[in-house]
Ligand binder design. Structure first.
Ligand code: HEM
Length: 408
């Protein structure tokens, strides 16, 4: 298939169809050619995959390699002036999201026990307590307040810091740096500096834990002599980044989406039993982690197209999750739908390790907010909410909210 009709674009794009819908151009591509040629801003050619079946098939196939420099955080062609990537980048130790089997398998296995459904069930009560404490603090503030700063970010941050054994008071040292990884237009130098800052911090932490392990996930890993300090740093970096940015955006954007669908919000508030299914639907509908990259290690067929070895392939999980071929009225939020099967946690060997944790956090977070803030509403017009179209993980920069009373 000729690539002369390839569309030029930078990713992620403006949400020109509304804050919760895929960009119009992406929807059009899914309708006309779910595996489409794509030209990156530097002229380098690749593919964009937008159909549900095609995305799922790609993510299940490790011949589409996950290897890339600094994993989710740095893709060379996004950086003007960088050479085109013609072969997989060297691996960053420990960063298994950007590795293929068997390296990926070896590291991921070390962590599966710490994130099982059973483990997370055991943590449920504790996470609910953390959420309630944060809501107590929120209640004491005089509205309007920014829900991102006061609730959506602190809850997952407190939880992941505690699980990993990272002192929460030290979060400022890495939060500013970790946020840098999420900004689309940050220069390579800035990213490298932020990576350096974070890894220096984490190296100190894991070195202390190796000498004197405590009761936390990083200490458990540090006890394992099979893992080098560099690997511990990479794993710590990945967990800290993934644990913060994704769930926080889901809580804030999810609240915005519910406020924009007041009938469904009222229904949920009246019957919190609906929440687990509603969380799955919010995950599908919002797909905050939208864009992922793969690299074809050989010539591969996908959706009737031939993807040549060496091509970069971009997937849009948002487009896939809004595919009407898979979900009826896919563009609508419907808390009653069976949204299981959505691809928001990915699919295949890299499927999100923290998904059970994220679910527990989201259920506790939305339940607490709905129960304790029955009059919650936006403090600014919806169109003025600042959307994270400039970030690698979608969400809102701020969510100014207000309420009239907090009576329970
Ligand atoms: C992987 C989304 C929360 C840790 C992934 C992937 C997605 C994803 C789509 C697959 C990446 C790929 O295939 O390249 C999300 C969303 C979350 C969330 C939407 C919140 C709502 C978390 C949390 C953690 C976490 C709380 C904390 C531990 C990871 C890790 C991987 C991963 C370590 C890499 C797994 C691997 O490569 O084997 N996540 N995630 N995630 N996620 Fe999450």
């Amino acid at each position: 298939m000729s690539q002369t009709d390839a569309i030029p674009h930078g990713l992620p794009m403006e949400r020109d169809a509304g804050p919760f819908d895929p960009p119009r151009a992406v929807t059009r591509l899914r309708e006309t050619r779910p595996v489409s040629p794509l030209v990156f801003p530097d002229g380098h050619e690749g593919w964009l995959v937008t159909g549900y079946d095609e995305v799922r098939q790609l993510m299940a196939d490790t011949r589409f390699s996950s290897r890339q420099d600094l994993g989710v955080v740095h893709v060379p062609y996004e950086t003007p002036g960088m050479p085109v990537q013609t072969e997989p980048s060297p691996q960053t130790p420990g960063l298994f999201i950007a590795m293929d089997p068997p390296d990926h398998t070896r590291l991921r296995r070390k962590l599966t026990g710490a994130f099982t459904v059973r483990r997370m069930k055991q943590l449920e009560e504790h996470i609910a307590e953390i959420t309630e404490r944060q809501l107590d603090a929120l209640e004491k503030l005089t509205p309007p307040v920014d829900l991102v700063k006061e609730f959506a970010l602190p809850v997952p941050s407190l939880v992941i810091c505690e699980l990993l054994g990272v002192p929460y008071e030290e979060r400022e040292g890495f939060q500013a740096n970790s946020a840098k990884f999420m900004v689309k237009d940050v220069t390579l130098e800035e990213k490298m500096a932020a990576f350096g800052g974070m890894t220096t911090y984490i190296a100190g932490l894991v070195t202390r834990k190796r000498a004197e392990p405590g009761e936390d996930i990083l200490s458990d890993l540090a006890r394992d002599e099979d893992l080098s300090i560099e690997e511990l740093v990479g794993i710590g970096f990945l967990l800290l980044l993934a644990g913060h940015e994704t769930t926080a955006n889901m809580l804030a954007l999810g609240t915005f989406a519910l406020l924009e669908h007041p009938e469904q919000m009222a229904e949920l508030r009246a019957d919190l039993e609906l929440l687990p299914a509603a969380v799955e639907e919010l995950m599908r509908y919002l797909s905050v982690a939208d864009i992922f990259y793969r690299y074809a290690t050989e010539d591969l067929e996908l959706g009737g197209e031939t993807i040549r070895a060496g091509s970069t392939v971009v997937v849009s999980l948002l487009a896939a999750n809004h595919d009407p071929g898979r979900f009826e009225n896919a563009g609508e939020l419907d808390i009653h739908r069976k949204a299981r099967g959505h691809l928001s946690f990915g699919h295949g060997v890299h499927q999100c390790l923290g998904q059970q944790l994220a679910r527990v956090e989201m259920r506790a977070g939305f339940a607490g907010l709905l129960r304790r803030f029955p009059t919650l509403k936006l403090a600014i017009p919806a169109r003025e909410v600042k959307l994270k179209t400039d970030m690698n993980i979608y969400g809102v920069h701020e969510l100014p909210v207000t309420w009239t009373d907090t009576a329970e």
